[in-house]
Design a protein around this ligand. Structure first.
Ligand code: DQA
Length: 143
């Protein structure tokens, strides 16, 4: 069974309550249950933290064994050279994900510090951005 890890960064523990006009009204746990049911042949682990170092530790822990990491680094996307370096340090492909279309929002969200270290980027499809990233990772070996 292929193993994937979804990592959500700061403030994403509040999905469902946080700015629902931008991020929707579904909790991540509710979404994850449906995603797991739709991909019974994938082992989908989940980790959320508001602390930059904990995100980095988790990338190190799985980044040589798992088949893919789906990373929504939240606001650290726009600031974190440390996350960029962590993604570069591991061998597991990482897909950068955003629920909102960051390029249609404030200018400070237009630049990603991590995109260049990632396999690819998916943004703007609501929660479905995570499924699209999973599809892309599943397809890597099947091509
Ligand atoms: C986000 C976009 C970021 O700019 C923001 O800081 C977030 C969420 C998204 O999923 O759309 O926390 O990563």
């Amino acid at each position: 069974m292929k193993r994937f890890l979804i990592i959500n960064g700061p403030n994403l523990n509040l999905l469902g309550k946080r700015e629902p006009d931008i991020y929707g009204s579904t909790t991540f746990e509710g979404y994850l249950e449906k995603l797991r049911a739709a991909y019974p042949s994938c082992d989908i682990a989940y980790f959320q933290s508001n602390i930059e170092g904990e995100l980095i530790d988790r990338i190190h822990e799985v980044g040589f064994d798992y088949d893919g990491i789906i990373l929504n680094a939240g606001a650290y996307t726009h600031t974190s050279i440390a996350l960029h370096d962590a993604i570069k340090a591991v061998t597991t492909p990482v897909v950068e994900v955003h629920i909102s279309n960051v390029h249609a929002r404030e200018p400070f969200r237009h630049h990603s510090m991590i995109a260049a270290a990632c396999k690819g980027v998916i943004a703007g499809f609501g929660m479905d951005s995570y499924r699209l990233a999973l599809e892309a990772l599943v397809a890597i070996d099947n091509c």
